[in-house]
Design a protein around this ligand. Structure first.
Ligand SMILES: C[S@@+](CC[C@H](N)C(=O)[O-])C[C@H]1O[C@@H](n2cnc3c(N)ncnc32)[C@H](O)[C@@H]1O
Length: 211
């Protein structure tokens, strides 16, 4: 689901970049760097997360997808200096094969890490997004997630300022419980912030056949 004008402006702002750096460092503590890795990013927005995946996590490449052409245009400008290391595509995080068909990306077990910086709560069928993450991760691959839970989305500030799907939003417990259904093992590599409003974690893709 696309962001409204207020959220679009906030997502491409200096405070968001500061916050996203903090989030990335928390994910680094939980899951480590990804040096030289082939990675994918769901809902890259204006591309600051993509930049962090390359510069801070040390990935070799990022296939970054977003539904919103305006956000992709911003990301393209931000990531110009990274050349082919950042491949951007329009499409849905629930179908990476279609989004990256033109470059042969998004195939089964094709990434060593997948990043979700605050996007899965925008997807009505959020379980399908987790299934897609599991499909494209190689065994042992890591899923780094930073999510906004139903607790936050129910707050008046979120309801007044932003647009999100209103049905079937996930709590921390529901998100964590869904991961192993897709062969994603999170163990104790997760944390919450601000009374359960925000969830951070790193899950590892089990070997095939263990889903
Ligand atoms: C809250 S913003 C997060 C942007 C960026 N990852 C960040 O952390 O600043 C959510 C982004 O997800 C995108 N989005 C929403 N639904 C999507 C979907 N089904 N597939 C891909 N991108 C989606 C939106 O267009 C938006 O850019």
């Amino acid at each position: 689901m696309l962001m409204n004008a207020v959220e679009s402006a906030l997502v491409d702002s200096a405070p968001r970049r500061l916050l996203q750096r903090y989030e990335a460092h928390l994910l680094l503590e939980l899951g480590g760097r990804t040096p030289g890795a082939r990675t994918a990013e769901l809902g890259c927005g204006p591309g600051y997360g993509t930049q962090l995946i390359l510069d801070l996590f040390g990935a070799a490449s990022v296939d970054a997808v977003d539904l919103d052409p305006a956000m992709l245009a911003k990301a393209r400008r931000r990531l110009r200096r990274h050349g082919d290391a950042a491949r951007l595509a329009g499409g849905s995080a629930t179908d990476l094969a279609t989004a990256f068909a033109h470059v042969g990306g998004g195939t089964d077990a094709s990434y060593e890490a997948v990043f979700d910086f605050a996007i899965i709560h925008h997807i009505p069928d959020w379980r399908d997004a987790l299934a897609e993450v599991a499909r494209v991760l190689e065994p042992g691959g890591r899923f780094f997630f930073d999510e906004v839970t139903a607790t936050a989305l129910a707050r008046p500030t979120y309801r007044v300022l932003f647009d999100h799907p209103t049905h079937d939003r996930f709590t921390t417990g529901e998100f964590l419980a869904e991961l192993p259904r897709h062969g994603l093992d999170v163990g104790d590599r997760w944390r919450t912030r601000i009374g359960g409003d925000y969830l951070f974690g790193v899950a590892v893709r089990a070997a095939r056949g263990r889903t």
